[in-house]
Design a protein around this ligand. Structure first.
Ligand SMILES: *Cc1c(COP(=O)(O)O)cnc(C)c1O
Length: 375
């Protein structure tokens, strides 16, 4: 069967959500029918069941479903007591929302470069940039592997909270521990394209801390401590019941899907092993990587990206504009040259298509297309 399926001439998507849906379709339909009958669309038993399952999956005592990953970061920061007057250390190589959530919480982002090997938060620079107003550090477990949180211990010792952005790290561990185990909380996104994705926006905060969990839940539920008893002004940020049953069905498969991602990453590793122009992603010792993205570094990235797209191969760039160069954060006063490692990476990085159901044939097509343009 190898090599002759029509898919070798068709689109190679960035992700294939339809193939994931096909595995859970009948169960999700049945669960939706139940919800259509009982009519509870926000919170409820289905949400509690998913929260408990996700807490177990991460080894945490508490999980609070919220409306998005951005909300999860903001609410976790607020629940940790971070707000106006606080500075929060944030890597510049991440999605915009990481720092946006800091601003929305009323705090000020203090940007930190990434290190060159894994493109994760430079933990040494994070400690150098910490000052008397630093309330928290927000390490981002980018592309599917975790930051070396143990190297932030000296910050934690100075009373700086560690709030983890785990939006790209469902199933990732470091020394066997999931996000949330070192920090006071981990924030998750269940945006459809993440390793664990809903059918719309959704997110969660996990924590070992009962008080922090209770504060997060209160903040996301209009500041209510009990029905019609509002202690503070909060937000409306909760997990929809329909999303919870989708997430529960996918959670039951994520370990297999992550294993398939790792196998696909290993296939790319072998396909590109003879090509010195393509720098392959590395897994930090101690980490279990879940390859949310398979990020290579190449010369003339844009030429390669355009060529791949011209051949219906949906490669992408995560992320082309480091946060300090985004207009939204211009008020922080940074410019080109301030975070050189991230700036250089932004010119070279390329996320190749990788998802649980990618075929060897699709990967070979990506490899051939890359080799063609590299000459
Ligand atoms: C996706 C993502 C977010 C935001 O999550 P949403 O659910 O889209 O709000 C935050 N941080 C990182 C690193 C992400 O990848």
């Amino acid at each position: 069967m190898a090599g002759k399926r029509p898919s070798s001439h068709t689109n190679v998507p960035q992700v294939d959500l339809a193939a994931m849906h096909a595995e859970i379709a009948s169960g999700v339909r049945a669960a939706f029918e139940t919800i259509f009958v009982h009519g509870g669309y926000v919170n409820g038993d289905e949400v509690t069941a998913f929260e408990q399952a996700f807490a177990r999956f991460t080894g945490m005592a508490y999980c609070v479903g919220v409306a998005s990953g951005t909300d999860a970061v903001e609410l976790a920061l607020r629940a940790a007591g971070i707000g106006s007057g606080d500075e929060v250390l944030v890597p510049v190589n991440t999605f915009h929302a990481t720092a946006a959530a800091v601003v929305r919480a009323g705090a000020t982002p203090v940007f930190v470069d990434c290190e060159p090997d894994y493109l994760l938060l430079d933990v040494t620079q994070a400690q150098e940039r910490a000052g008397p107003r630093t309330g928290a550090v927000l390490p981002v477990h980018l592309y599917g592997q975790m930051v070396a949180l143990e190297q932030l211990a000296s910050l934690a010792g100075r009373g700086v909270q560690i709030v983890e952005d785990a939006a790209q790290a469902h199933g990732a561990t470091r020394f066997g521990q999931a996000p949330g185990s070192v920090g006071c909380a981990a924030a998750w996104s269940f945006y459809p394209g993440k390793n664990l994705g809903a059918y719309g926006d959704a997110g969660a905060v996990v924590t070992r801390d009962a008080g922090l969990a209770a504060k997060t839940r209160r903040l996301g539920n209009y500041g209510a401590v009990a029905r019609d008893d509002h202690a503070t002004v909060g937000f409306n940020s909760r997990l929809d019941t329909l999303q919870a049953v989708v997430l529960a069905a996918k959670l039951a498969r994520i370990t297999v899907w992550n294993e398939k991602r790792r196998q696909a990453a290993a296939v790319y590793d072998i396909l590109f092993s003879g090509c010195s122009e393509v720098v392959l992603p590395k897994c930090m010792p101690g980490n279990e990587h879940v390859y949310h993205q398979y990020v290579v570094r190449v010369p003339e990235r844009d030429r390669i990206l355009n060529s791949l797209r011209g051949q219906a191969i949906q490669a992408a760039v995560h992320y082309p504009n480091p946060l300090h160069l985004q207009e939204a954060f211009g008020w922080l006063g940074h410019g080109p040259g301030d975070f050189p490692v991230a700036e250089q990476a932004a010119r070279e990085i390329l996320s190749l298509p990788l998802f649980p159901h990618i075929t060897r044939e699709q990967q070979e097509r990506v490899h051939r297309a890359m080799m063609d343009v590299l000459g």
